[in-house]
Design a protein around this ligand. Sequence first.
Ligand code: AMP
Ligand code: ZN
Length: 114
Amino acid sequence: MKDCIFCRIISGEAPATIVFADEFVTAFYDIHPITPVHILVVPNEHIESVNEVEEKHAALLGHMIVVARQLAFANGLDQRGYRLVINTGPEAGQSVFHLHLHLIGGRRMPFRFQ
Ligand code: AMP
Ligand code: ZN
Protein backbone atom coordinates (compact mmCIF):
# COMPACT_ATOMS: atom_id res chain seq x y z
CA MET A 1 0.00 0.00 0.00
CA LYS A 2 1.69 3.13 -1.27
CA ASP A 3 0.16 5.55 1.24
CA CYS A 4 0.56 3.30 4.28
CA ILE A 5 3.35 4.40 6.62
CA PHE A 6 3.96 0.89 7.95
CA CYS A 7 4.14 -0.60 4.43
CA ARG A 8 6.69 2.11 3.63
CA ILE A 9 8.74 1.20 6.72
CA ILE A 10 8.61 -2.51 5.81
CA SER A 11 9.79 -1.79 2.25
CA GLY A 12 12.56 0.52 3.50
CA GLU A 13 11.08 3.66 1.91
CA ALA A 14 10.39 5.29 5.29
CA PRO A 15 12.80 5.41 8.24
CA ALA A 16 12.39 3.40 11.43
CA THR A 17 14.61 1.70 13.96
CA ILE A 18 13.97 -1.91 13.02
CA VAL A 19 14.74 -4.39 15.80
CA PHE A 20 13.59 -7.58 14.08
CA ALA A 21 12.50 -8.58 10.59
CA ASP A 22 11.78 -11.85 8.82
CA GLU A 23 9.67 -13.08 5.91
CA PHE A 24 6.44 -12.51 7.83
CA VAL A 25 6.81 -9.62 10.28
CA THR A 26 8.78 -6.46 10.98
CA ALA A 27 9.31 -4.95 14.44
CA PHE A 28 10.47 -1.39 15.11
CA TYR A 29 10.46 1.24 17.85
CA ASP A 30 7.30 3.29 18.21
CA ILE A 31 8.04 6.90 17.28
CA HIS A 32 6.09 8.18 20.33
CA PRO A 33 6.86 5.67 23.09
CA ILE A 34 4.48 5.57 26.05
CA THR A 35 6.73 3.23 28.07
CA PRO A 36 10.53 2.75 28.25
CA VAL A 37 10.12 -0.22 25.90
CA HIS A 38 7.58 0.38 23.15
CA ILE A 39 7.97 -1.77 20.06
CA LEU A 40 5.48 -2.38 17.25
CA VAL A 41 5.29 -5.83 15.66
CA VAL A 42 3.59 -5.62 12.28
CA PRO A 43 2.79 -8.20 9.59
CA ASN A 44 4.63 -7.58 6.33
CA GLU A 45 1.31 -8.13 4.57
CA HIS A 46 -0.99 -5.10 4.67
CA ILE A 47 -3.96 -6.07 6.84
CA GLU A 48 -5.93 -3.02 8.04
CA SER A 49 -6.97 -4.23 11.46
CA VAL A 50 -8.21 -7.23 13.42
CA ASN A 51 -11.53 -6.66 11.63
CA GLU A 52 -9.91 -7.88 8.42
CA VAL A 53 -8.23 -10.95 9.96
CA GLU A 54 -9.26 -14.31 8.52
CA GLU A 55 -8.57 -17.92 9.45
CA LYS A 56 -5.74 -18.01 6.89
CA HIS A 57 -3.91 -15.39 9.01
CA ALA A 58 -3.94 -17.51 12.17
CA ALA A 59 -0.31 -18.67 11.89
CA LEU A 60 0.83 -15.12 11.10
CA LEU A 61 -0.89 -13.74 14.20
CA GLY A 62 0.62 -16.49 16.30
CA HIS A 63 4.03 -15.63 14.89
CA MET A 64 3.53 -11.96 15.84
CA ILE A 65 3.09 -13.05 19.46
CA VAL A 66 6.12 -15.37 19.35
CA VAL A 67 8.24 -12.48 18.02
CA ALA A 68 6.83 -10.11 20.65
CA ARG A 69 7.70 -12.66 23.32
CA GLN A 70 11.29 -12.89 22.02
CA LEU A 71 11.57 -9.09 22.07
CA ALA A 72 10.14 -9.01 25.60
CA PHE A 73 12.88 -11.41 26.72
CA ALA A 74 15.56 -9.48 24.78
CA ASN A 75 14.50 -6.31 26.61
CA GLY A 76 14.52 -7.94 30.06
CA LEU A 77 10.76 -7.78 30.46
CA ASP A 78 9.93 -11.46 30.87
CA GLN A 79 10.07 -11.41 34.68
CA ARG A 80 9.00 -7.77 35.11
CA GLY A 81 5.95 -8.05 32.89
CA TYR A 82 4.67 -6.36 29.78
CA ARG A 83 1.56 -5.84 27.71
CA LEU A 84 0.71 -6.80 24.16
CA VAL A 85 -1.97 -4.46 22.82
CA ILE A 86 -3.82 -4.35 19.51
CA ASN A 87 -6.08 -1.33 19.07
CA THR A 88 -8.94 -1.81 16.63
CA GLY A 89 -11.14 0.97 15.29
CA PRO A 90 -11.91 4.54 16.35
CA GLU A 91 -13.07 4.04 19.95
CA ALA A 92 -9.92 2.03 20.70
CA GLY A 93 -7.81 4.84 19.24
CA GLN A 94 -6.38 2.99 16.24
CA SER A 95 -4.48 5.62 14.28
CA VAL A 96 -2.51 3.54 11.75
CA PHE A 97 -4.63 1.20 9.66
CA HIS A 98 -2.02 -1.50 9.17
CA LEU A 99 -2.39 -4.17 11.84
CA HIS A 100 0.20 -3.85 14.62
CA LEU A 101 0.83 -5.28 18.03
CA HIS A 102 2.26 -2.94 20.68
CA LEU A 103 4.83 -4.45 23.06
CA ILE A 104 4.90 -2.06 26.02
CA GLY A 105 6.79 -2.38 29.27
CA GLY A 106 9.62 -1.14 31.43
CA ARG A 107 7.49 0.67 34.02
CA ARG A 108 4.57 -0.24 36.24
CA MET A 109 1.29 0.23 34.43
CA PRO A 110 -2.11 0.87 36.00
CA PHE A 111 -4.10 -2.27 36.59
CA ARG A 112 -7.06 -1.12 34.57
CA PHE A 113 -7.17 0.32 31.10
CA GLN A 114 -8.08 3.97 31.05
P1 AMP B 1 -2.40 2.80 17.15
O1 AMP B 1 -2.88 4.02 17.86
O2 AMP B 1 -2.68 1.51 17.90
O3 AMP B 1 -2.91 2.75 15.72
O4 AMP B 1 -0.82 2.89 17.12
C1 AMP B 1 -0.11 3.50 16.10
C2 AMP B 1 1.25 3.72 16.64
O5 AMP B 1 2.13 3.95 15.57
C3 AMP B 1 1.36 4.94 17.57
O6 AMP B 1 1.81 4.52 18.85
C4 AMP B 1 2.36 5.84 16.85
O7 AMP B 1 3.22 6.51 17.75
C5 AMP B 1 3.10 4.86 15.97
N1 AMP B 1 3.68 5.42 14.76
C6 AMP B 1 3.06 6.21 13.84
N2 AMP B 1 3.91 6.51 12.84
C7 AMP B 1 5.09 5.89 13.13
C8 AMP B 1 6.36 5.82 12.51
N3 AMP B 1 6.60 6.45 11.34
N4 AMP B 1 7.33 5.09 13.09
C9 AMP B 1 7.10 4.45 14.26
N5 AMP B 1 5.92 4.47 14.90
C10 AMP B 1 4.93 5.19 14.36
ZN1 ZN C 1 0.34 -1.17 5.20
